[in-house]
Design a protein around this ligand. Structure first.
Ligand code: KG4
Ligand code: ZN
Length: 335
């Protein structure tokens, strides 16, 4: 079954053709990051306008790269939640039009389920049940994936998302948006023990995250140094921050796996591209005898192949959109 999937939840206009949840025949991502970078973060109205300008070309390229004619597509899929509503609506409306014109079903996909499904596009795909750490610019979750379409959130962030903390740390260190990848690069050159940063406890649950105290600690150290006219070593700060946040993400995931009896672990989302998160998770899984799946870096950030991969399972479970499909900024993965 060939699915043409569309993703426009934030600042990437993306389309892909995916076969049976296993093989991405194409995966086109048009990033707007450079333009939003001038403003230090995503400007929702600009994101919607750029999606509107780019979506037709991106979808055409996805079909061309996959060497598929539109009439050979069996179903269409689109991210409908969560995300920036104006951005999501561009993808939802476009996908509705396509599905109607082609007379094929439209499958609505939850963005976080999509991130998790990036793990089905690898050579040796993970099979549920498994436990997944989903860490992106907007979300930080530990999710029990009991089936391809059944999710239970075991841990969530009570304040900032992990990617947001990377981006805020990057900003205070003077790196461009989105800063995660710049922090990652700088960290390779720094001493991770140079700064002792806090491991904030979440006030909510044992497997929940809290990152705002960590970000504030970085901001305070940098600002105090500036006031004293002292220059801090940016590579050392990047390395210390990255070490701390990786340890928090990984230790909670491993504890949750032990507590809930999972031996199969996955990671997903933009922060799963981080070299320290990948290394530490792999070390800890090996130590505990757990198997680990992490998508290749190109499938960690927002893309449409992951949406097409999840859509196949949603379709099999009977999740088909009717003509009133709408976008939602905040809809939970279980709804
Ligand atoms: O999954 P994603 O593309 O979008 C959302 O759904 O939010 O994640 C984007 C986030 C950004 O915060 C970005 O800085 C972060 O992922 N990110 C990274 C790395 N690559 C992307 N964070 C740390 N290290 C990286 N190498
Ligand atoms: Zn995402």
């Amino acid at each position: 079954m060939k699915i043409l999937a569309i993703e426009t939840s934030c600042d990437e206009t993306a389309a892909a053709v995916v076969e049976n949840s296993r093989r991405a025949l194409s995966n086109v991502v048009a990033s707007q990051a450079e333009e939003h970078g001038k403003f230090g973060g995503v400007v929702p109205e600009i994101a919607s306008r750029r999606h509107s300008e780019n979506i037709l070309a991106v979808v055409k390229k996805a079909l061309l790269d996959a060497e598929c004619a539109l009439d050979s597509i069996d179903a269409f899929a689109v991210t409908y939640a969560p995300g920036l509503v104006g951005a999501l609506l561009v993808g939802v409306s476009f996908a509705k039009g396509l599905a109607m014109a082609a007379g094929k079903p439209l499958i609505p996909v939850h963005h976080i389920a999509g991130h998790i499904a990036a793990n089905y596009l690898t050579e040796n795909p993970i099979k549920p049940p498994f436990l997944c750490l989903v860490a992106s610019g907007g979300h930080s979750h530990i999710i029990e994936v009991s089936d391809y379409t059944s999710f239970n959130i075991i841990g969530r962030t009570s304040d900032d998302a992990a990617g947001e903390s990377f981006d805020k740390t990057a900003r205070v260190l003077g790196f461009p948006y989105p800063g995660g990848v710049h922090v990652d690069k700088a960290a390779q050159l720094g001493d991770p023990t140079a700064f002792k940063l806090p491991y904030p406890k979440s006030p909510t649950g044992e497997y929940d995250f809290s990152f705002s105290g960590l970000k504030t600690a970085v901001v305070n150290i940098v600002h105090n140094a500036e006031q004293k006219g002292v220059e801090i070593n940016k590579n050392d700060m990047a390395a210390s921050f990255q070490k701390t946040i990786s340890e928090i993400l990984v230790s909670k995931t491993i504890s949750a796996a032990k507590a809930f009896g999972f031996t199969s672990i996955a990671a997903a989302g933009g922060v799963a591209a981080n070299s320290s998160v990948r290394r530490l998770l792999s070390e800890e899984c090996e130590k505990n005898g757990f198997s680990l799946h992490i998508p290749p870096i190109t499938l960690c950030g927002d893309n449409a192949a992951m949406v097409g991969a999840q859509a196949y399972h949603d379709y099999i479970s009977g999740k088909i959109a009717d003509e009133s499909l709408n976008a939602s900024a905040t809809l939970g993965i279980n709804k």
